[in-house]
Design a protein around this ligand. Sequence first.
Ligand code: NDP
Length: 258
Amino acid sequence: MSVQNSAGPLQGRVAVVTGASSGIGEATAEKLAALGAHVAVLARRAERLEELAARIVKNGGRALAITADVTDRAAVRSAARRVAAELGGADLLFNNAGVMLPAPVEEQATGQWQHQIDLNVTALTHVTGAFVPQLVKAAGERGVADLVSTSSIAAQNIFPTFAVYSATKAYVTHFSRHLRTELGPKNVRVSAIEPGIVGTELQSHVTDEGARQWLAGSKETMEWLTPQDVADTVAFLATLPPRANLQQVTLMPTAQPA
Ligand code: NDP
């Protein structure tokens, strides 16, 4: 059993990670737990969450698996109540669940448009709302709390066929900037992370043939980021001195031009 987390820099903190059953969320939950945080991991796939929680515990950490569809507002509110009741409330929210479904706009992929908006925009907003009271309370008591959301380089750069996805991520970045002005004075740091391409399950959900080919080609010509790279960035943000809020981080694969 690892003992490194017993004196880790996040000892005593409670982190909620959405989209924790794979990719960036899974790696970040493991990283935050290794640094001492008690992590609540949320996603829909219960078995994956239980495996993750068991692995964290085996490595000497503490984890609570909460199966929840974050597009279900009642489930989100219930998850927040559980975190308050069982862990004493969150002081770090990693708002990370998301989906990327590029397609040419003329194809009228209305189901995919709605799916991205429902998850990347609406659910992210409601998850934030459900946990903000806990973050503000924790910041009042301990002097700092963190609200970190996963945006994307797509929030800044312009890609054909990615209009809806990119717009949802522009929302995440802008939402975070505005919330920082509101919550910073209450000692809640607000950050948006904008990664370039990270090798995860995200790409496997893409159905558009053009985008699939573009992704396959890019994998051949450059080394993508790993979920651990993003996890390390979240850990860096959360372990800065309470006075320091790194509000926006763009993390690119070195060889990704845009
Ligand atoms: P993954 O597909 O590996 O992870 C997505 C996670 O979101 C899964 O854990 C999934 O779990 C969860 N999720 C999806 N729908 C729901 C839902 N309705 N309720 C609860 N959880 C849900 O992809 P990534 O790790 O790459 O994605 C994480 C974030 O990173 C996303 O916001 C994505 O947009 C962003 N991002 C990713 C980049 C990349 O290149 N990979 C680049 C830039 C940003 P489950 O299915 O079990 O519910």
